[in-house]
Design a binder for this molecule. Sequence first.
Ligand code: NDP
Length: 306
Amino acid sequence: MPRILDGNRVRDEIKSELKPRIAALAALGRPPGLAVVLVGHNPASEIYVRNKIKTCHDLGIYSESIKPPDSISTEELLAIVDELNARADIDGILVQLPLPKQVDSKRILMAISPSKDVDGFHPFNVGALVAGLPAPRACTPAGIIELLKRNAIPISGARAVVVGRSDIVGKPVAMLLLHEHATVTICHSKTPDLAGVCREADILVAAIGRAAMVTGEFIKFGATVIDVGTNHIADRERVARIFRNSPERLAAFDKKGSLLVGDVDPIDVVEKAGAYSPVPGGVGPLTIAMLMVNTVASAERRTGIC
Ligand code: NDP
């Protein structure tokens, strides 16, 4: 049986390490502050934002959610961001994506002050990532590195293959792995012989958004497999196929009407990997934990603690 890389355990470790840092800031009368802007009523975004606010509350981070209507214009949203940029009590600004069509998302993300960009998406911070300079790192990629390091998975010298080249996961995680001295290959939808390239990986990161696409033929025996995918499957037959008719999984599906499935085949990975991050309970919990880390680090920088 492969080792399970337990994201909930690592998340709890990270959160407990943050507590004294938050207490030190609070003792100065200046708890860290996070503003989350949630436009409209996207149910998935509402759940993400609720979880972020709850985690802030649990840790003693001041949080504020701003909920403009779906009809907001780019100019109006820019005005909200400007106001948050100017506020001394706000260390982190997060604009929950996706934004409505009429809003120019790139302009909004560019308008967030790089020092308050706790998502690490601002081109200034992307540049800092490439240059290896200190700056907020994108949360999910940073969480993946924490998951590997805190499970003592060797990265230096490893062959790492990342499937997916998005700005929020694939590219930044590849860069972070490179900084940790892995030899990194980035794959995408035009990569020939994808399975063959993946089989070279000691560390295989799947950030694709296609349920159970990474099957046994993609995985070298003993590899570490990081499954970033979050795919909600509402087709019972597909769930039955993916989980080989597992009665527990089908019962879970019947209860909820859908099931969360990663990008990696959940049965094959158990047969071939040396270690893997499950879905749910692997990478997912770390994204919010790293958002908290970025918010606290921003508060420390802005108050001159470090
Ligand atoms: P994107 O859709 O932005 O990117 C997907 C990438 O996968 C693209 O680079 C695409 O290639 C590649 N791809 C798609 N199909 C194939 C294929 N058949 N073969 C090879 N490559 C393929 O997704 P994200 O990076 O935003 O997210 C990826 C997954 O991670 C999603 O399931 C998402 O929900 C999940 N996620 C989970 C998070 C968490 O906290 N756990 C956080 C963020 C994302 P190309 O560029 O050529 O189109």
